[in-house]
Write a protein that binds this ligand. Structure first.
Ligand SMILES: [Zn+2]
Length: 187
């Protein structure tokens, strides 16, 4: 026989069960969100390392802009993490933004590395000091009644290195005697 009392307790029980189910679902969502945010944070720190790398290689406007955007994304992620009302969709959107920024950072790193390869010709091979001047001239010489053109090239670098026709005429200061090495270190 069903009494009013039984109906009351059945209702209470189903409400309690519902509340527990909702809470469990909520916990699940929060855990998932935490995991996503954790992976996003790892992404951010990876990007920061990469940006630091790029900055070391070449102070670039792009790197600066990218690093500002990373800071912004990180702040947003922290806010998302603290805000319990933020949805999975919002976190996913941030994730997509980060993935995009990460691809950009990687492309930038590749560009910088490529540029550095190209620049190697314009740097001292010993210390990396920039090229100051490069000159070419051709000389006409007479050899066994014929006129020959001989090409000469001459490069000077900030460190004092002079290369004339592929030969080092003047040494790079950083690779010089111990005394000049000490001097250049104190500069
Ligand atoms: Zn040098």
């Amino acid at each position: 026989m069903i009494t009013t009392n039984t109906i009351f307790w059945t209702q209470i029980a189903s409400i309690v069960a519902f509340v527990f189910a909702v809470f469990a679902l909520y916990r699940l969502l929060v855990d998932q969100k935490d995991a996503t945010i954790q992976s996003l944070k790892e992404n951010v720190s990876y990007l920061k390392d990469q940006i630091a790398d790029v900055k070391q290689q070449s102070p670039d406007v792009l790197a600066e802009r990218l690093s500002k955007r990373m800071k912004l994304l990180e702040d947003e992620l922290t806010k998302l993490g603290d805000d319990t009302s933020s949805t999975e969709a919002e976190v996913k959107a941030k994730e997509a933004e980060l993935a995009h920024a990460r691809a950009e950072a990687e492309a930038l790193t590749r560009q910088v590395l490529h540029a550095r390869e190209l620049l190697q010709e314009y740097q001292c091979p010993h210390c990396g000091a920039p090229l100051v001047e490069r000159a070419y001239h051709s000389e006409s010489v007479e050899y066994q009644g014929r006129e020959l053109d001989i090409d000469h090239n001459w490069s000077t670098f900030e460190c004092g290195l002079e290369i004339v026709d592929g030969l080092e005429r003047h040494r790079c200061r950083s690779g010089g005697s111990p005394m000049t090495r000490t001097l250049s270190r104190n500069q």
